[in-house]
Design a protein around this ligand. Structure first.
Ligand code: ADP
Ligand code: MG
Length: 368
């Protein structure tokens, strides 16, 4: 399909001073959950990155409400594109390809980004790449630390996902080694925060409370680590039993009329999550003979998780790559970065009728 490129009155004139024009310029669009993200990437260089989050609109519900998220994407997408153009000093007409999160994620939220990206690609007459959100999270690191060593084991921990991946080629060969069988790690932080009377999203509040607590005060369970569980779920995670254990522990205290030591509960819970996440990630590296571990997703902001991963990787001779926190949460930069990898490898673009696929498997890095 082709069309006459149209210039938008919303965006500034092109600024050709932003680096050499030798590598293609990719526009990335992300809308799979509660962040509307738009970014420009040239090669592995981030030129502009704007995120509008609807997280505050979900706070009173204690979790992301899909309809609210979709409406927020509709409202935020064009202003976010405009701001990203300004930040990058580029016009839409400058881009060489459009990349968009095709899945997995919330169906209605994904549809907003996918429909917009199709409209952009069609009107600008540029190729469109529908990319996998989970692989894009892994690819974010390329913007901070350059090309990904391959193979790499990637641990992705966010409010919606907890996955352990074997990345043999970031643009085309990603295998899921394991994932959560119930709650995602971030979801567990959010639910436990609620039990402790802390606001949503819970992760940062638990981390703050944990700073004054004793991480060894309460021996909370480490999900799917018993010998029997490891037979079937070697690289899978489970956080719902941990959440229930915290609820029971708090309820027993309250029933006995004793005060709840919030700092100790938060620290012990945080420790249990960080322990099981890093333990299985290191095991996966050892099992597959991989010397590089990459961690991403919103929970990566957690300083205990980062510190424990660093310590355990150092002890096991594994090098750890963690992008800056802004690139760990949902954003358009990681989507543009993955689109850029696909263009650099000469992969064929996706079809203009690519779907918004809420359950897109991670083995499918690019939508057809
Ligand atoms: P999603 O959009 O899939 O929910 P994000 O990548 O936006 O995921 O990450 C949000 C999640 O990260 C929330 O569940 C939040 O509680 C968690 N989180 C954020 N900061 C921290 C932190 N410092 N420690 C632990 N969890 C955190
Ligand atoms: Mg989010």
């Amino acid at each position: 399909m082709s069309a006459t490129p149209r210039s938008s009155p919303l965006v500034p004139r092109s600024d050709t001073s932003r680096g050499p024009r030798t590598e293609p310029l990719i526009l990335g669009v992300e809308s799979s959950c509660d962040e509307t993200g738009v970014a420009f990437v040239r090669g592995n260089t981030l030129l502009g990155d704007v995120v509008a989050s609807s997280v505050e609109q979900h706070a009173r519900f204690g979790g992301v409400v899909p309809e609210v998220a979709s409406r927020a994407h509709l409202e935020e997408l064009i202003p976010t594109i405009t701001r990203a153009c300004q930040e990058a000093g580029h016009r839409l007409a400058d881009i060489d390809a459009v990349a968009v999160t095709s899945g997995p994620g919330l169906a209605g939220a994904l549809m907003v980004g996918v429909a917009s990206a199709k409209a952009l690609a069609w009107s600008l007459d540029k190729p469109l790449y529908g990319v996998n959100h989970l692989a894009a999270h892994v690819c974010a690191d390329v913007l901070d630390h350059g090309p990904l060593p391959e193979p790499t084991v990637a641990l992705l921990v966010s409010g919606g996902h907890t996955n352990l991946l074997l990345v043999r080629d970031i643009a085309s060969d990603v295998v899921e080694l394991g994932s959560t069988i119930d709650d995602a790690a971030g979801e567990a932080f959010d639910k436990v925060a609620r039990v402790l009377g802390l606001p949503y999203p819970g992760g940062p509040h638990i981390e703050r409370a944990a700073a004054d607590g004793d991480a060894s005060a309460i021996p909370f369970p480490r999900g799917l680590t018993s010998r029997k569980d490891l037979e079937r779920h070697r690289f899978d995670y489970s956080f719902s039993g941990l959440k229930t254990a915290v609820v029971r522990w708090v309820q027993e205290r309250e029933a006995a009329g004793e005060p709840v030591p919030v700092a100790d509960v938060a620290a012990s819970f945080n420790e249990a999550v960080a322990d099981v996440l890093t333990r299985k990630a290191i095991d996966a590296c050892e099992e597959y003979g991989v010397h590089d571990l990459q961690i991403g997703g919103g929970v990566t902001a957690n300083s205990r998780l980062r510190a424990m991963a660093q310590e355990r990787c150092a002890a096991a001779g594994i090098s750890l790559r963690v992008p800056r926190v802004r690139l760990c949460t949902d954003n358009g930069a990681m989507v543009a970065a993955l689109g850029s990898q696909m263009v650099q490898r000469g992969l064929a673009p996706s079809s203009l009728d690519l779907p918004a696929d809420s359950s897109m498997p991670v083995s499918q890095v690019k939508a057809e």
